[in-house]
Ligand binder design. Structure first.
Ligand SMILES: Cc1cc2nc3c(=O)[nH]c(=O)nc-3n(C[C@H](O)[C@H](O)[C@H](O)COP(=O)(O)OP(=O)(O)OC[C@H]3O[C@@H](n4cnc5c(N)ncnc54)[C@H](O)[C@@H]3O)c2cc1C
Length: 517
């Protein structure tokens, strides 16, 4: 009997929706099943930036080529590994530009984000800007009957530039716009989408995956397909899996990602013989907790008049470091001294001028102070006491740091130097955009946790996004991409937008892979 669909996609984030559109455009019948009652996944709450090297929109910003992209990946990633194979790197470098053009031609409007460099523009093939793209805003009403079925974003992201937009927005930006554009393309082009429909099992004949079991209205339905693509995100919302695989301590409450990413498909695929890689890794991002959510500190920590210290009161990394490196730094530090949590210490100039978590600049609710979400003190000495951290350590660190800030040069961690670091901080006012003394009372502090924007390990895939078994052979019929797959960039990140860039490239490769090729 013929299968019900040519392709069943599990998960309606950017990766799943893009694969669905691409496969549909090739004439396939496609069903997307989504566990949540809303489409969009973590993508919708993300900043929506895509790292697509050699794209056609960057010509005026920086000359680029597939060769440069490949050179950069090899220089950054070093020796190849099972997840970061030569074939996958090459597929990424070749496909990124093609995908950018395909998105534009598919009415998903893109623009290059000016001034955003690779994380290591100093490496061979690295670029100072142009490789990071973002989608144009989207009017929610164009989604028609699906308008209410798109997960709302955060007005620029809990993870990034929160914009404190008043009232109800009708124009979607950032990751919400990306997911919205793809949802629109999918539903307008004949992709079938079932919401509230978690996949709870895989169908198989021998080693070959032949479909999925979908739970709808409390009943389980088998759905057969020639191919199954797992685009079901990572396991960041599953505390049990976090404790099993990620460095400790860990807490699902530190993740800025979608609560519906519980990693069920990871377990199902493992039970079917799939190989995994990098399950101890995540897209690390230092966060604070307030009002029941995790909030990225990326914008905050790069600004002048703040530092991050461990429980000994010592600084231990460049506060301007890219998110992934900064998050890892907390775990690395905690091998020697308690650094989870660490503490972001800021002076009143910072608090008066920079939004922090849910709080606008200059406004810190009493209830946040009472709940201990933020601590305030008249002196650094009192602040250390209130935090329960080493007073002498903190005072010594601040004397040293303020000396560096006065001279505009951080001799310990080179904060605010270099092309990447120079893109953060406060421009136009100072020699070093992220260095400013922490010496104006009152002083403030929040706890800093090694949060994440999703887990990074997952199912091992080949250059066509086919899942590989523990025996090294392809698992017939089964593909994975994005958060569900083991990242091509273990232990590092090439640039902002690398997670979504890779998710979309892998989805595109899966959707366009010819099984008979
Ligand atoms: C705040 C924030 C900001 C970020 N900003 C960026 C950025 O600017 N650039 C970047 O590259 N990355 C960014 N990221 C990371 C990026 O959002 C993710 O890596 C990306 O969205 C993953 O896409 P995906 O399609 O694989 O997964 P998701 O978008 O998470 O979609 C997975 C979907 O699968 C569904 N699902 C899970 N289990 C099942 C099941 N059993 N059955 C059916 N459906 C299931 C989920 O409900 C979800 O809708 C950010 C992340 C966060 C949290």
């Amino acid at each position: 009997m013929a299968p019900d669909y040519d392709l069943v996609v599990v998960g309606a984030g950017a990766a799943g929706l893009l694969a669905a559109v691409a496969a549909r455009r090739l004439g396939n019948t496609v069903l997307v099943v989504e566990a949540d009652h809303l489409a969009g996944g973590s993508t919708a709450v993300s900043d929506g930036q895509l790292w697509l090297p050699a794209n056609h929109l960057m010509a005026k910003l920086a000359p680029d080529s597939t060769t440069d992209a490949q050179t950069y990946l090899d220089a950054l990633l070093g020796p190849t590994t099972a997840a970061s194979s030569a074939e996958r790197r090459s597929a990424y470098a070749r496909t990124a530009a093609k995908l950018a053009r395909w998105l534009t031609q598919s009415n998903v409007p893109l623009a290059a984000v000016k001034g955003l460099p690779d994380h290591r523009p100093d490496l061979p093939g690295g670029k100072p800007q142009g490789r990071v793209l973002a989608t144009s805003p989207l009017e929610r009403r164009v989604l028609g009957e699906w308008a209410a079925s798109l997960r709302p974003g955060e007005g620029g992201g809990r993870g990034g530039l929160r914009r404190f937009l008043p009232g109800r927005r009708t124009t979607q930006t950032a990751g919400e716009a990306l997911a919205g554009h793809l949802l629109h393309r999918a539903t307008a082009n004949g992709v079938e989408l079932w919401l509230d429909s978690p996949v709870v099992g895989l169908l198989a004949e021998g080693n070959t995956v032949t479909g999925v079991v979908v739970r709808r209205a409390s009943a389980d339905h088998p759905v057969t397909a020639t191919r199954v693509l797992l685009a079901s995100g990572g396991f960041e919302a599953n505390q049990g899996l976090r404790e099993e695989y990620l460095p400790l301590p860990t807490d699902a409450a530190w993740s800025t990602s979608a609560a519906s990413n519980v990693g069920e498909l990871l377990n199902l695929a493992i039970a079917h013989g799939a190989a995994t890689s990098g399950l101890d890794d995540a897209w690390w991002i230092p966060v604070m907790r307030a009002e029941g959510s995790a909030w990225s500190l990326d914008e905050v920590r790069a600004r002048p008049h703040c530092v991050i210290v461990d429980s000994a009161g010592d600084r231990f990394f460049d506060e301007c470091a890219p998110a992934n490196a900064a998050g890892r730094a907390l775990y690395e530090r905690s091998r020697g001294v308690r650094a989870v949590p660490s503490y972001l210490v800021l002076d009143n100039r910072h608090r008066q001028t920079v939004p922090l978590g849910p709080w606008p600049a200059g406004s810190t609710p009493r209830k946040a102070l009472d709940a201990g979400e933020i601590v305030k003190a008249g002196s650094l000495n009192d602040l250390a006491q209130a935090l329960g951290i080493d007073r002498a350590g903190l005072l010594g660190s601040m004397v040293r740091f303020n000396g560096f800030a006065g001279k505009g040069k951080d001799l310990d961690f080179s904060r605010g130097e270099g092309v990447w670091k120079g893109s953060a901080g406060e421009h136009g006012k100072r020699r070093n955009p992220s260095l400013g003394k922490v010496d104006k009372s009152p002083f403030w502090a929040v706890k800093v946790y090694p949060g994440d924007a999703g887990t990074k390990g997952g199912l091992l895939i080949d250059a066509n996004s086919r899942v590989l078994g523990t025996d090294g052979a392809v698992v017939p019929g089964l593909y994975a991409c994005g958060g569900a797959a083991a990242s091509l960039f273990p232990g590092t990140s090439p640039a902002p937008g690398a997670a979504l860039g890779a998710a979309l490239v892998e989805a595109f490769l899966a959707a366009t892979h010819r099984q008979d090729a």
